[in-house]
Each structure stands twice: as structure tokens, then as C-alpha cells.
Write a protein that binds this ligand. Sequence first.
Ligand SMILES: Nc1ncnc2c1ncn2[C@@H]1O[C@H](COP(=O)(O)OP(=O)(O)OP(=O)(O)O)[C@@H](O)[C@H]1O
Length: 482
Amino acid sequence: MKKILIIDDEVNVAVLLSKFLTRNGFNVTTASSGSSGIEHLKNEEFDLVLCDYRLEDTDGREMLRLIKTEYPTTGVIIITGYSDIKMAVELIKMGAYDYISKPLYPDEILNTITKAIETRQALMEAADAPAPVASAKAIKKQAVSSNDVVVGTSRASKELFRQIELVAPTNYSVIILGESGAGKEEVAKSIHMHSHRSSQPFIAMDCGSLTKELAASEFFGHEKGSFTGAFATKIGHFEMANGGTLFLDEVGNLSYEIQAALLRTVQERKVKRIGSTKEIDLDVRIIVATNENLVDAINKGRFREDLYHRFNEFGIYLPPLRERGADIMLLAEHFLRLANQELGRNVTQFSAEVIECFMNYRWPGNVRELKNIVRRATLISEGSEISIKSLPLEISNYKLPVFDHGNQSNYGQSSFQQQQPQQDRPEQKEQRHDLKNAALEAEYETILRVLREVNFNKTKAAEILKIDRKTLYNKMKAINLK
Ligand SMILES: Nc1ncnc2c1ncn2[C@@H]1O[C@H](COP(=O)(O)OP(=O)(O)OP(=O)(O)O)[C@@H](O)[C@H]1O
């Protein structure tokens, strides 16, 4: 069970947070002052410290400095009031994993904590087992990295990493094209990690979940009182990424107006917070990702051609997982190691049948789907090997596509017939009847089913599930689908 230390002198906040996190499976200790927090840290090891910025006997900056020096592997998240956001950005640069602003929202807290713990795990694992993962040194250098990156051995991956190495040291803007879940954000992080900006921030924005109203303020920030609801000054993502890299995911979803404002900012290399007259100089490298061909979006009048050319100084195509043969098992083994660590299991291998299934399956959700399948299989496996019984039926029953007129395998042809799932196996039925997790399990299954139906297109999935994209995004993160 992951251990969290909450340091907050507002006892009500600490108690509420502690109850919430305990309900969500964490082992929580609270401290009402900086000094008692330090005592706890001396006595036991914590995965994460949640520390309020304003403490009576010290402050978040001092606590962070101390924790990073004495307990460098412990993650730190700072809790701030609205007016402390600028300070929070500096704290992140000093090594805090993230900050959470008050008022605190459960979804946000849980997501941030989960990511922070994943990062810690990834860093510790990188230190233990460097190959075939990118070197521990490279990963540690990029404090923003949330995962180890497996460098594939397939021809497609070798070409991909050649391109990453080629473009990383330059200041070129890059467009990464690839299916959902193929690892576009990981590619962006790798470019950042291999660039001279690696010690500076890497800021990722999911443009798909931005509403029109929010977008400008998220990109450019705003001054307190500049519009109704602007209760405090907000730093925009451009400003946060200054000196480093700004990664815009699903950039094709941005509205036309925001595209115009983006173009101006990129051309002028200056940003002004909404409601401010002060221009701030920018030195930001932009990397964008898309799962649709932006040229089609231009032809349909949804994407500005001038902005496209600004972004397209270098283009990288990230092939889908099904075209990256040898990488599949390399990634699967990596995710097995992560899952063992996370779940405290000792599953050491995949059965031959599982390997065959993995190599044949289409992986519409790409690396994200593989990660998720391996994690679930590790959880429900009883022995030291992942057997075919631990896979969902749509994967274990997946057969190689065949020609209509024969049974010769012909993967990727349009004339294939996919075999229908067989009856549920009794073992799987039993495993599903765990009442405690029934609601979560049902939500998980529904989200996963819908995502599969729409080839992991989050916008379409959110529409079908009748939730907004941001909520879907948060739920995917909470159940480890992101
Ligand atoms: N080479 C890799 N090594 C390790 N993990 C990877 C690799 N590629 C992808 N992943 C993992 O797979 C998941 C999906 O990757 P990522 O978020 O980068 O995909 P994406 O293409 O940006 O997805 P989306 O289009 O939905 O935003 C993440 O959990 C990521 O850590």
C-alpha cells in the first residue's frame, strides 16, 4: 500500500484529505506542522508528501528543499492557495512533482497523486533496470517524465528513434502523427529529454479537453479580475513552459479563433496574459500531436494552413503497435515489471499462447491498451505466469484474419473475417463477481468497451458515454487507462 504523508496545519483539510485517500487505498499519516512532518519522515519512508505551502512554523519551499535533500526519492506535491500559483511554478522547477490549488477537488487530487506515485516508481525502476529502458540518467534528468520509455527494436522503432535523435537537438517545431495510445506523448518527452532544454519544463496540454472559453486562459494565462470568474492571477501554459517544451496533444481539436491567437504567439514569440498589457518574451519549443491527418483538416476548413506550416518544421509518423512486431513483447515485459512493482506481485512471464495472442491481436488502443491488459492480467494471475485465462475474451479469442477463400493468414487485408468470441469461460465469470469492486469494474468495462468501439477516439467515446471529454480523460487516468 502506498504511503502518503499530509502536512497541513488546517486540521479540517488534513482530516478530510486523509479520509478520502484512505478510502482510495492509501496508507495516510498526517502532521499538523512542518516540524512534526520532519519527525515522521525520519521514522518511516513515504512514497509521497502532500504539503501545504503556508505552514505556521515553515513554508512549502523550505519543506521541499529539505525533503529533496534528505529523501530525494520521496515525491512532493504542494497544496497552494489561488494566489500562490506563481510560486507553485517555481516550486515545480525546484523539484516538486506538482501543485494542487485550493479548493481541492477529489478527481484532481487522485489523478495528481497517482501520476506522482507512478513517476516515483518509474524513476526508482529506471535506477535498478536500465535496459531496454532509456538510461536512468536520461530519465532522471527529465524530472517531468512520468514513465520509462522503452526503446523498441522493431525496424519501425529504430527509424523512429533515429528521427528523435536527429530532431531533438534542434529548435524545430514537430508534428507527431499517430493513432491514439501509440505513444505520441512519450515521443514528445523523448525529444525534450534529448534536447538542450531537458532541464527546463516539459508542459503537456490536452487540447481535446479544452472548452473554447477556457482555452485562451489556459494558453496565455490571465490577470486577477480580468473577467468574471478570474479570482486570481493564472499563469498560462506558454509561460510555464518558457525555456522548455510545450506539447499540444490532439491539436486538431482547437477552435479556429484559438488557432489564430496561437499563430500570433508563435510568430511574435511573446505572450500577454489576458487583462495585462505586459508582454513576456517566450523561448518555447512546440511539439504537437494529432491522430488525424491535419492536411485533411485543412481541406475541410477546420485547421489553419499557416499554423500547420509553423508546426510542421519536422514531421514524425508513429506507427501503430500492430506494425511494431518485436516491440510488442518488449513493451509487455516492461509493463509486467511495472505491474509487479505496483501490485506487489511476482509474475515472471507470459505463456506461449499469450505471446501468440499478443503478436496476432490488432491493438486498436495501441500501447495504452497493452499496458492496461498486462496490468489487469498481472492482477488476476494466480501463479508466476500470465496464462491465456487472464486475458479478456476479445484478445484471447482473436484469430488471425483469413482470406474468405482459404485459411491462409493475411493480416491487414480488408477481406478478413474476425472470429466471434466463444462462450465465457467459467473461471472468468468467477473472477468478475467481486462485489466490492463491482461499480468500478462496470464503469471500467463500459469505458473500455466504448473506447474499443471507437478505436480509442476519446472525443467520440465521451459523446457516446454522455460525459464531457475532460471527465473521460480523468476517469481514464484514474483507472490507469491513460
Ligand atoms: N515506448 C514506450 N515505453 C513505455 N511506455 C510507453 C511507450 N509508448 C507509450 N507508452 C505508454 O502508453 C500509454 C499511452 O502513451 P501516450 O499517452 O504517449 O500515447 P498518445 O499517442 O499520446 O495517446 P493519445 O493520442 O490518446 O493522447 C502511456 O501510459 C505511456 O506511458
